[in-house]
Design a protein around this ligand. Structure first.
Ligand SMILES: Nc1nc2c(ncn2[C@@H]2O[C@H](COP(=O)(O)OP(=O)(O)OP(=O)(O)O)[C@@H](O)[C@H]2O)c(=O)[nH]1
Ligand SMILES: [Mg+2]
Length: 212
């Protein structure tokens, strides 16, 4: 049986190498910590259907390699993404310092309207922390990003991160700020929505017929 969902969102997970992007995706999809994670080669893919405010949304997630040598490959996957998790490691100032570059890429290559959630990962390593919560919150505010600290190890805030970003996209669709029918919006209607739309159109047609 084919899956039914209302919307499909294209999502990216971006940020420097070793920040825990693949572990976050694994924790989100499998509810487990991926203890033996190696550097991603190019991109990896995962998907999951989530329920947001009564709507089912399929997240199509591209987990990109953070290593510089894959940059040209990973960039080619950015186009038209509706949302992104921009990940740094709270124990690595270097990963925090490169956030601006990743953000520029996301906004220029994906879409200027892309919903970006800043993720400070490895929250469980408090004793090795190099970036404070406050500092990162300010960066998020200045750059109009949502922000959460997570741990792919314990699972803390991992699902929340994907859901929070998805909720924002859904709210923009409902407010008419994002049009799923625009090519390159990173959003598609699923079967469930299409069926509802068709029924709605049929009702509209019937009321037009009656009015004539
Ligand atoms: N303590 C702790 N370690 C983590 C966490 N998330 C990831 N790690 C570790 O960090 C290392 C890198 O994790 P990955 O998920 O492979 O990192 P990545 O961002 O996908 O790296 P690239 O694919 O090279 O871009 C691994 O050794 C993980 O075990 C976390 O939340 N807490
Ligand atoms: Mg990876």
């Amino acid at each position: 049986m084919s899956e039914t969902y209302d919307f499909l969102f294209k999502f990216l997970v971006i940020g420097s190498a070793g920040t825990g992007k693949s572990c976050l995706l694994h924790q989100f999809i499998e509810s487990k910590f991926k203890a033996d994670s190696n550097h991603t080669i190019g991109v990896e893919f995962g998907s999951k259907v989530v329920n947001i405010g009564g709507k089912s949304v399929k997240l199509q997630i591209w987990d990109t390699a953070g290593q510089e040598r894959f940059r040209s490959v990973t960039r080619s996957y950015y186009r038209g993404a509706a949302g992104a998790l921009l990940v740094y490691d709270i124990t690595s100032r270097e990963s925090y310092n490169s956030l601006s570059n990743w953000l520029v890429d996301a906004r220029t290559l994906a879409s200027p309207n892309i919903a970006v959630l800043l993720v400070g990962n490895k929250k469980d390593l408090e004793e090795d922390r190099e970036v404070t919560f406050l500092e990162a919150s300010r960066f998020a505010q200045e750059n109009e990003l949502m922000f959460l600290e997570t741990s792919a190890l314990t699972g803390e805030n991992v699902e929340e991160a994907f859901l929070k970003c998805s909720k924002t996209i859904l709210a923009k669709i409902e407010a008419g700020e994002l049009d799923p029918e625009r090519i390159g919006s990173g959003i598609q209607y699923g079967d469930a929505s299409l069926r509802r739309l068709t029924r709605h159109q049929q009702r509209q047609q019937r009321s037009l017929d009656c009015a004539c």
